[in-house]
Design a protein around this ligand. Structure first.
Ligand code: ZN
Length: 83
């Protein structure tokens, strides 16, 4: 069974989907190389569909800024723009 991880890009704070066992992912937002073992995991699920649903939910949350407390540091460190 494959686990899917939802991880947070250390550079821009964007949410990424990675398969368990996948060591690196390139952030689709800022192009940073994300090492899945070392970055922050927000969720682990064993179903691809549930994973993409969760990812959408996290992204929506981020947009409404209701859950940004944990990410403020990340944003301060490396968030460049919303474009
Ligand atoms: Zn990024």
């Amino acid at each position: 069974m494959t686990n899917y991880l939802i991880v947070v890009c250390g550079r821009c704070g964007g949410y990424l989907l990675a398969k368990d066992g996948q060591r690196t992912r390139t952030c689709p937002y800022c192009g940073a190389k994300v090492i899945t073992a070392k970055t922050r995991r927000v969720a682990v699920v064993n179903d691809a569909e549930a994973a993409s649903r969760l990812l959408r939910r996290y992204k929506a949350k981020e947009r409404t800024k209701q859950d940004t407390l944990d990410f403020e540091e990340i944003f301060k460190k490396g968030h460049k723009s919303d474009a």
